[in-house]
Design a binder for this molecule. Structure first.
Ligand code: SF4
Ligand code: SF4
Length: 469
């Protein structure tokens, strides 16, 4: 049996007090000093931790907001002195798409590498915008996939990136088809470049080390290759150099040793691919397509070209179509591209990588179900480093959490933990869907339910088609 894919993790504590959601307001004036005070019964031991927090306090501006909101002490206090409160600072975090809940769970996952467990049932809404209008069908668990979750069987999360032949032909000597080059990654998540306003040069070598440790790859703008220093040659097999529209190609010695390269879309894409292949025919070339008003159509055009191997479709960081008034969401655009290519009969020949708006592990699984072979991420890794998406860096101010001065051990450890726990969650969700192969999950919409479809089936006959979301 081949060696199982496994990522080593260890707990990396936060550097700063956590901006948690709930705190307890304790009106001590009327306290009856009960010998069996409800505070002692907190199953999460939060009152004792709070006392320690206050003893160790360095900044008077920080408060303890680590309560899990179970209401046990609030309901049981004989004098009704305890009240649950929501941290206003917590509610201000994020940017609308990256909600405070997403940020907090990402911090916890990057710290512990543990799968988040909300406990006491799901307390959120059952549908919403974006990925929240889609549910995975977790009723298909079967023995081999259940055992896969527990490590007794193997659930493969590996994917192949490159062009695949539509048919295989054989002659008397065996396989006659010349197989195109493929890059295999053990987990369907690659690290993308950060938007210019969130780029921290000190993170580049750390991200590359994370790519190396997790066996995945990282896209680096060729114009920034000097920031990699000695890492460039050491970790070249984990680097995907991105070459902008008017930027020159990397020198032949770099092309000759690379496995995957990404070029910006443009009128001369086929000619540039030809130039790259002339240097290294085994180098897989991806074309980066921005999902603007023409993005879907352009992706479909490119997919029909016999020289295009991989298309990397990219929305904005919130998963929205770029530069349009009423943007479509990444999952809907991916689904449209995927189903159109299935109808054209070419879907299996091309690899589609999708990026933008993948904020949680479940989004990765849902995006693959919608038709992507793999996804790219960037912002969740930054959030894993305790970023609050306050946008100070975007606006040219200092980062309040000091991303520029983090240590390698902290940065690499937390980002590795995050990819490891996303991998674990992908296995959980695939196991529950009865899937043993991430390759087979692609486009498997039979294992998902879409709110729009259910609404139409249920109410469409009565009220007609929904005209606005
Ligand atoms: S509400 Fe629950 S978690 Fe929070 S302090 Fe009280 S008992 Fe502990
Ligand atoms: S916390 Fe730092 S990295 Fe995150 S958005 Fe704010 S300034 Fe930028």
């Amino acid at each position: 049996m081949p060696k199982k894919y496994h990522i080593e993790t260890k707990r990396i504590p936060p550097r700063l007090p956590k901006t948690g959601k709930f705190g307890i307001v304790d009106w001590r004036e009327d306290c009856a000093r009960c010998h069996n005070c409800v505070k002692k019964a907190c199953v999460f031991d939060r009152y004792r931790q709070e006392m320690q927090f206050i003893r160790d306090l360095e900044e008077f501006s920080s408060m303890f907001f680590e309560c899990m909101g179970c209401f046990s002490c609030v309901q049981k206090c004989t004098k009704g002195l305890l009240a649950l409160t929501v941290n206003p600072e917590y509610e201000r975090m994020g940017n609308g798409y990256y909600t405070p809940d997403i940020i907090l769970t990402t911090w916890n996952q990057a710290e512990t590498a543990g799968i988040p467990v909300s406990g006491a049932g799901y307390r959120g809404r059952f549908t919403g915008a974006g990925f929240d209008s889609m549910w995975t069908d977790m009723s298909e668990i079967v023995r081999p996939t259940r055992d896969g979750i527990h490590g007794r069987e193997y659930i493969s999360t590996a994917v192949d990136i490159g062009r695949k032949p539509g048919v295989l032909s054989f002659d008397d000597n065996g396989l006659a088809t010349v197989l195109p080059p493929l890059v295999d990654v053990p987990v369907p998540v690659l690290i993308d470049m950060f938007p210019a306003e969130y780029r921290f040069p000190n993170l580049l070598p750390m991200l590359l080390t994370v790519a190396r440790r997790t066996g995945t790859m990282m896209i680096v703008d060729w114009e920034e290759h000097e920031l990699l220093g000695t890492y460039r040659t050491k970790y070249l097999s984990n680097i995907i150099f991105y070459v902008g529209k008017d930027a020159p190609l990397p020198p032949p010695e770099v092309l000759a040793k690379s496995r995957l390269i990404e070029i910006a879309d443009g009128g001369d894409v086929e000619e540039r691919i030809g130039r790259i292949k002339a240097v290294n025919p085994n180098l897989v070339v991806a074309v980066r397509v921005e999902l603007d008003s023409r993005g879907e159509e352009r992706s479909m055009e490119l997919a029909l070209s016999p020289v295009v191997e991989v298309i990397h479709i990219v929305s904005d960081i919130n998963g929205n179509q770029i530069g349009v008034e009423t943007p479509k969401f990444i999952k809907d655009m991916t689904r449209h591209i995927h189903t159109s290519l299935v109808k054209e009969g070419v879907r299996d020949e091309i690899t589609i990588i999708a990026g933008g708006g993948i904020a949680l592990a479940e989004h990765m699984a849902k995006e693959i179900i919608c038709g992507a072979d793999a996804v790219t991420i960037n912002m969740p890794l930054l959030i894993g480093l305790e970023c609050r998406l306050c946008s100070s860096c975007r606006d040219g101010f200092d980062c309040p959490v000091g991303i520029e001065s983090i240590t390698d051990e902290y940065g690499v450890g937390r980002m590795t933990n995050l990819i490891a726990v996303w991998h674990d969650q992908l296995i959980e969700v695939m196991g529950a869907m009865g899937m043993r192969e991430a390759r087979r999950l692609r486009g498997e919409t039979g294992r998902a339910l879409f709110f729009e479809d259910i609404e139409e089936e249920t109410f469409g006959r009565l009220f007609g088609k929904r005209i606005s979301a």
